[in-house]
Write a protein that binds this ligand. Structure first.
Ligand code: ATP
Ligand code: MG
Length: 424
């Protein structure tokens, strides 16, 4: 007996209703990106493994534990499925000469892969909408990114009171180095309470210990030396001006001194939008500046800032509203007999030409009127358009309203077009 093959754990199918809800969500987010005049870029899903190691950092969850990597048969190169989008964007920007001496505002949307323990809001294939900007140094672009995300929450009907904006500044290299020594000393004093991960990171990348999800480690971290106390004047001014701009725009936020990012390349501003409705997997959007990454990856020094939204998490907050906005089928065409079918095909072609946004499903595979009306009901269509021998002879269509209590009508072709028109 053969066993059915199942999908990979943590990698999901989207049923048509879910896919339709995700489409609505995506199209609302994309219309906001259009308003802010951001441009789409597309990069490959597979890249050289080295790209992720160098940009994300060796001592990170992603590179240490979560990469899907494989040796490519042809030339034995190590490749990886992309776990996030910044590395590829920077690689593409440098390779294609998009960055040097230019300002860019890019977005991308697609699947990403991390071998994590699957749980609610945490999958092995998930989808991100990411934004990356280049060549803008001041805090105004940081604020623009926050305004952009806030517009997105409004566009998908996410109530502001269920979201928290958290900010921090990670400063620049000098501040990080000074803070690092103090942090290592502090964490070493509490080494017995640290878990294995934290202990491993203690010397390799102590800032990452601040990002621990372990409650006991978090308790220690709460009193650790704060990067904010080490910022130089420039980084302080940047952070201060950013907060001023946010205040002016009436955007509420809280400064969270333990907020760091899971990835190595961030500096200065980091931010997260956290939902109060999602429990442990509450971060729906995370971002910040990464001014040294382009140079570190071999390009000319170019400042940068971006964010990524976890689309599954966002969808789970607004799924019902999105489903309610999925466009319905306008009409289901019931045709009784061969001649009626031929007539139906021609008429539908005419309607599709004249009303390109009208969604009509044609009955295929014959069936009695009862069977066809059942399919019409199941399709969720607003109208059933019914044609039999009489209707063909008179060039008329019987119209039954499936969603509302309205009497059945018999219409001419033009009257039918008028009836279908108002919606489109
Ligand atoms: P977390 O702290 O939840 O592990 P992260 O710091 O690893 O998140 P980022 O790399 O900043 O996440 O990715 C940006 C966003 O993408 C996250 O805020 C989240 O909404 C989403 N995301 C990240 N990993 C996953 C995943 N495995 N499944 C679903 N969504 C994810
Ligand atoms: Mg993670």
């Amino acid at each position: 007996m053969s066993k059915n093959i199942q999908s990979i754990r943590g990698m999901h199918d989207f049923a048509p209703e879910e896919a339709a809800a995700m489409r609505v969500l995506e199209s609302r987010l994309l219309s906001v990106l259009k308003q802010y005049a951001y441009q789409e870029i597309r990069t490959p899903i597979v890249e050289k493994l080295e790209l992720f190691k160098r940009s994300i950092g060796e001592v990170t969850d992603i590179v240490e534990k979560e990469m899907y990597a494989f040796e490519d048969g042809a030339d034995h190169a190590w490749l990886g499925l992309r776990p996030e989008g910044t590395a590829s964007t920077v690689r593409a920007g440098i390779q294609n000469g998009w960055l040097h001496n230019q300002q860019q505002r890019y977005w991308y949307l697609g699947p990403f892969f991390r071998r994590e323990r699957p749980q609610k809001g945490r999958y092995r294939q998930f989808h991100q909408l990411g934004v990356e900007t280049f060549g803008m140094q001041g805090p105004d672009i940081d604020v623009e990114l926050i305004l952009l995300t806030r517009s997105m929450w409004q566009a998908v009907g996410l109530p502001a009171e269920n979201l928290q904006l958290q900010l921090n500044s990670l400063g620049d290299a000098d501040a990080r180095a000074k803070h690092r020594d103090k942090l290592i000393a502090y964490l070493s004093d509490h080494e017995s309470v640290l878990d294995e991960d934290a202990r491993k990171r203690l010397h390799a990348n102590p800032l990452r210990v601040l990002d621990s999800k372990n409650h006991e480690v978090q308790a220690i971290v709460a009193d650790a030396p704060k990067l904010l106390d080490f910022l130089d004047q420039e980084a302080k001014d940047h952070f201060g001006l950013m907060q001023q701009l946010l205040d002016q725009m009436g955007i509420e936020y809280s400064v969270n001194p333990t907020l760091v990012r899971g990835l190595d390349y961030y500096n200065r501003t980091v931010f997260e939008w956290v939902s109060t409705d999602l429990g442990a997997q509450g971060t729906i959007c995370a971002g910040g500046r990464y001014d040294s990454l382009v140079e570190q990856m071999g390009g000319k020094a170019t400042c940068a800032a971006g964010f990524a939204i976890g689309l599954e998490r966002l969808l789970s907050l607004v799924e019902q509203q999105m489903m309610d906005s999925v466009p319905q089928i306008d009409a289901y065409f019931v045709a009784l007999g061969d001649e009626a079918s031929r007539y139906a095909f021609q008429l539908i072609a005419k309607i599709r030409q004249q009303l390109p946004d009208c969604a009509i499903q044609m009955n295929c595979g014959d069936g009695s009127i009862k069977a066809q009306m059942k399919r019409a009901d199941r399709s969720g269509a607003r109208l059933a358009l019914i044609v039999g021998e009489d209707e063909v002879n008179n060039q008329q269509i019987a119209v039954k309203h499936l969603q509302e209590k309205q009497p059945q009508q018999v219409l001419s072709e033009n009257e039918l077009l008028q009836l279908l028109k108002p919606q489109h």
